[in-house]
Write a protein that binds this ligand. Structure first.
Ligand SMILES: CC(C)(COP(=O)(O)OP(=O)(O)OC[C@H]1O[C@@H](n2cnc3c(N)ncnc32)[C@H](O)[C@@H]1OP(=O)(O)O)[C@@H](O)C(=O)NCCC(=O)NCCS
Length: 431
């Protein structure tokens, strides 16, 4: 079932996130679990429902945590929620909180639950460092050794190189390319110029900056009182309020230093943060007298071969979600596309507008539709607002529904690309 309607229509009652912070800054002492607990506890507090109304928590993190194999369950246990609430964790790279939202929605659609919490958190500041294979083998032997001498012998033969930590790579295992290198490939193959990427990134910062200045993000972003001093941190900390287009052109390319166009300015940054959504069946929400933010009308996931263009997921998932919603792109009052890189957004918008792409890649006669730039990422996107991988989907959904209501619109498309060549899309509606 990929459409929500009728008796069990899925309502998004509320959405909340922490401010997002660049890696190693405001949240450098906090873990993904800390951030997840902070946002879920506050979401419950603000919605004023009984925690015992929640029947399921589905949550995700992309950067794994060795000490927390099931972040969803630890959030239940660490926020004072009733301990009998079942919870499980999911990961779908940058589309993780689309997945957790869909999991809760599907439980509601199936009639298994009436109320659940979904979301995601990541800390790029709290990255587990692994050790290499030779050191792992030696340490396992040390663990099993019966005497001190045996322990010492297990470590013999290790060189200095074996002691170096192995950080997790943002690399595709199937192609060996990083996300940034994949964005470079897309820029080259689709003819996306450096100037266009920089202009798009500048637009993201300007729009995000205006959204904050006008107070449009205030209700969906909670302040976090960060230990040890507990000073309030209440705004995303990488938005360039004084963004100047000329400054972008001066930055050196990062992923292809010689011929590249992808820079720190036109990429999403490595980020810490968390988000959460409260979902209910429409009947339950109305029964409790709650004001609903909006509804999920349909959703879709899709995949493309990573060896082609890795980050084209939106151009594959969005038409499926639109079909399932029985709507067209032109019916959307807003479109929110995750900005992994400016080159990726511009490659996808190019594909949305191309009959050739539709015919050759989607097996359709006509293009998905023309992009209305007045409706796309109107409060900026992940380049400026930042991108804690697992938190971004729920951030997009909550932000888009609020903006849709503000504008008196009816339908919106949220969509994201993700590692592995994955794409996610969701059609939202408000009454
Ligand atoms: C691109 C990336 C490597 C840059 O990392 P970084 O070097 O830590 O980036 P910074 O934010 O420190 O920026 C580097 C410099 O450019 C400057 N800069 C960045 N954007 C700028 C702009 N718009 N205008 C002027 N200067 C800018 C910064 O101020 C900084 O200057 P400094 O070195 O003098 O402090 C990193 O953000 C990254 O890996 N991003 C991709 C993440 C990813 O793969 N996501 C997956 C998407 S699905």
């Amino acid at each position: 079932m990929a459409k929500s309607s009728g008796e069990r229509r899925v309502a998004i009652v509320s959405g909340l996130r922490t401010p997002f912070a660049k890696q190693g800054t405001a949240y450098k002492q906090l873990s993904a679990l800390d951030l997840g607990k902070i946002v879920v506890a506050e979401l419950l507090q603000r919605t004023r429902i009984k925690p015992s109304d929640v029947q399921q928590v589905v949550y995700g993190q992309v950067i794994p945590s060795l000490s927390v194999p099931n972040i969803a369950r630890e959030i239940v246990l660490g926020t004072g929620m009733p301990r009998n609430i079942e919870a499980y964790s999911v990961a779908r790279a940058c589309a993780t909180s689309y997945q957790s939202t869909v999991n809760v929605a599907e439980s509601i659609l199936a009639g298994v639950i009436d109320c659940g919490i979904a979301g995601g958190a990541d800390s790029a500041s709290d990255v587990p460092m692994a050790v290499g294979k030779r050191l792992t083998e030696a340490l396992l032997k040390v663990d099993k050794a019966r005497s001190f001498g045996e322990k010492l012998r297990a470590l013999q033969g290790l060189g200095a190189k074996d002691l170096l930590p192995v950080p997790p790579a943002l690399k595709e295992p199937s192609t060996g390319l990083t996300m940034g290198e994949s964005a470079e490939k897309m820029a080259k193959e689709n003819g996306i110029s450096r100037a266009d990427q920089d202009a798009f990134a500048h637009r993201s910062h300007e729009l995000a900056s205006h959204a904050w200045a006008e107070g449009r993000l205030r209700d969906e972003v909670m302040p976090v009182y960060v230990p040890p001093g507990y000073a309030a941190f209440d705004e995303d900390n990488l938005i360039r309020k004084d963004s100047e287009l000329e400054a972008y052109a001066k930055l050196k390319p990062v992923f292809d230093r010689r011929y590249g166009t992808v820079t720190a300015g036109n990429s999403s940054p490595l980020t810490d943060g968390a988000s959460a959504l409260l979902l209910m069946s429409e009947k339950k929400a109305k029964g409790l007298g709650l004001e609903v933010l909006g509804y999920i009308r349909s959703y879709a996931f899709a995949a493309v071969d990573p060896a082609e263009q890795l980050l084209m997921g939106p151009a594959y998932a969005a038409p499926l979600a639109l079909d399932r919603a029985e709507l067209k792109l032109k019916n959307m009052d807003l479109v929110d596309m995750h900005e992994a890189f400016a080159a990726q957004v511009l490659s996808n918008t190019q594909a949305f507008e191309s009959d050739t792409f539709a015919q050759q890649k989607l097996g359709r006669d006509k293009r998905i539709g023309k992009i209305d730039w007045d409706k796309l990422n109107v409060s900026g996107g992940s380049i400026a607002l930042e991108h804690p991988f697992a938190a971004t989907g729920a951030r997009q959904i909550s932000q888009t529904l609020r903006e849709l209501r503000r504008r008196g619109g009816q339908f919106a498309l949220c969509t994201a690309c993700a590692a592995g060549g994955l794409g996610a899309a969701m059609i939202l509606e408000v009454e």
